[in-house]
Design a protein around this ligand. Structure first.
Ligand code: GAL
Length: 426
């Protein structure tokens, strides 16, 4: 009888100690100090969200006991996420790791400004200099040190089509924009919208135009746009804009009301026959149960056979990452064969690494992996690699204005001005 109150007293004292000192019973750990990891991205759509989840599962298996905070800000191509990230970074509250495109978006925006930790030691310890192609390592490097881990390679220049609509109408994937116009006329004659577009967030129209530019200029001409060698006011860009204006006659009228995945959905719903988008669209189709060469067909965007517009998502380590240890563990998973093989088949991209097992990927992604090794690789401007952020923002605005006014001369002059303003050309 006398024992009870004493026991109760001891328990009370222990509970008090836990509350005051933050001691978790029996663990020797501080209460409320469960390990955390916050990963920031804009992957919310079908396919990309699934891929991210799969990579989280690999992390949880390897590093149990860490609470993962999936900080996503919706909006394709990071339309809204990049602004939120900027506020957090400048406010000294970075996530532990964040999605960032290799190239200018990483190097100009975050590395040169001193916000990122060098990952050179990690590249050494993980053997990544041999695991990734040199081209990828180069675009995540600055002054010989690496600053992020490429988790994938997307192809930006792909034409997707509803296979059944094409078969029913005995159509073949157009290899050039001239062929596209013929196919589009046939489809239009049957009351089918030839090309779906959803450019509510602006970048989607710019993305389509980027692919048209590659077709009009070829590899060298296209590369020259970012170094000042190819004039924005020259014939090549004029041809591209003329073609773009013509293409716009074949897109759904309500394009400004939709975003990229809704435009992809239009193919599934038979509301349109074709779509031009990066291969995250393949991830979207997979998430919807659509199969390559059965439900949908694919081909290089018209006029771009032999060219591969590279879009690479990478993760880095901000200097003030609150959970640095967990962030380093995350980067190890993101750069690992296991992590990449779990992520990419769902995401609709190929591995950044060169040693992934092709059997884990569908026929579309297998073909993309082959093309990546054989084609001329071109940096994407819309997806952060080719040009500084200042140019990318204006580029989207100019192209969106063009979609409504189709003023070729005005667009060329504005592009040239933006090129000079961003010190890409004189
Ligand atoms: C790209 C990104 C892809 C995909 C796409 C649509 O910028 O690299 O991973 O997320 O936007 O959101």
């Amino acid at each position: 009888m006398t024992e009870r109150p004493r026991l109760a007293k001891t328990t009370l004292a222990l509970l008090l100690a836990i509350a005051v000192l933050g001691l978790a019973p029996g663990t020797g750990l501080q209460a409320g100090a469960a390990k955390k990891l916050e990963i920031f991205s804009w992957w919310t759509a079908g396919g990309e969200a699934d891929g991210l989840k799969a990579m989280f599962e690999v992390y949880k298996k390897r590093f149990p006991g860490v609470e993962i905070i999936n900080a996503t800000v919706a909006g394709g191509a990071g339309t809204d996420a990049k602004a939120v990230l900027k506020t957090r970074m400048l406010g000294g509250k970075p996530p532990d790791s964040f999605q960032v495109h290799g190239g200018a978006e990483l190097v100009d925006t975050w590395v040169k400004t001193g916000f990122m930790e060098s990952l050179a030691p990690l590249y050494k310890s993980e053997g990544w200099l041999n695991a990734f192609p040199k081209d990828l390592v180069d675009i995540v490097s600055h002054q010989g040190e690496q600053y992020s881990v490429p988790v994938n390679v997307h192809r930006g220049n792909v034409l997707w089509f509803n296979k059944k609509i094409f078969d029913e109408n005995k159509l073949k994937a157009p290899a050039t924009w001239d062929e596209f116009f013929k196919v589009a006329e046939t489809l239009k004659g049957k009351g089918i919208t030839p090309l779906s577009l959803g450019d509510k967030n602006k970048w989607e129209a710019a993305h389509l135009f980027e692919d048209i530019l590659a077709a009009a200029l070829g590899a060298e001409g296209y590369r020259g746009l970012w170094t000042g060698k190819t004039s924005w006011e020259g014939d090549g860009v004029k041809r591209a804009l003329d073609t773009f204006a013509r293409i716009l006659n074949y897109v759904n009228r309500d394009h400004a009301a939709f975003v990229w995945d809704q435009a992809a959905q239009m193919l599934i719903d038979r509301k349109a026959a074709m779509n031009v988008m990066g291969d995250w669209a393949a991830g979207y189709f997979t998430a919807k149960g659509w199969k390559p060469n059965v439900d949908y067909g694919f081909a290089p965007a018209p006029g771009t056979a032999g060219l591969f517009v590279v879009v690479t998502d990478t993760f880095g380590l901000p200097k003030k990452a609150p959970n640095r240890e967990q962030a380093l563990a995350w980067l190890k998973v993101a750069g690992s064969k296991e992590g990449q093989e779990a992520f990419n088949p769902l995401k609709g991209s190929i591995c950044g690494r060169t040693d992934c097992d092709p059997k884990k990927f569908d026929v579309y992604l297998q073909s993309s992996a082959v093309d990546f090794t054989k084609n001329a690789l071109l940096p994407s401007e819309v997806h952060g690699s080719a040009a500084p952020e200042g140019f990318a923002t204006i580029f989207n605005d100019i192209l969106n204005l063009f979609v409504t006014n189709k003023d070729v001369k005005a667009a060329q002059a504005a592009l040239q001005k933006a090129c000079v303003a961003n010190k890409m050309c004189k």
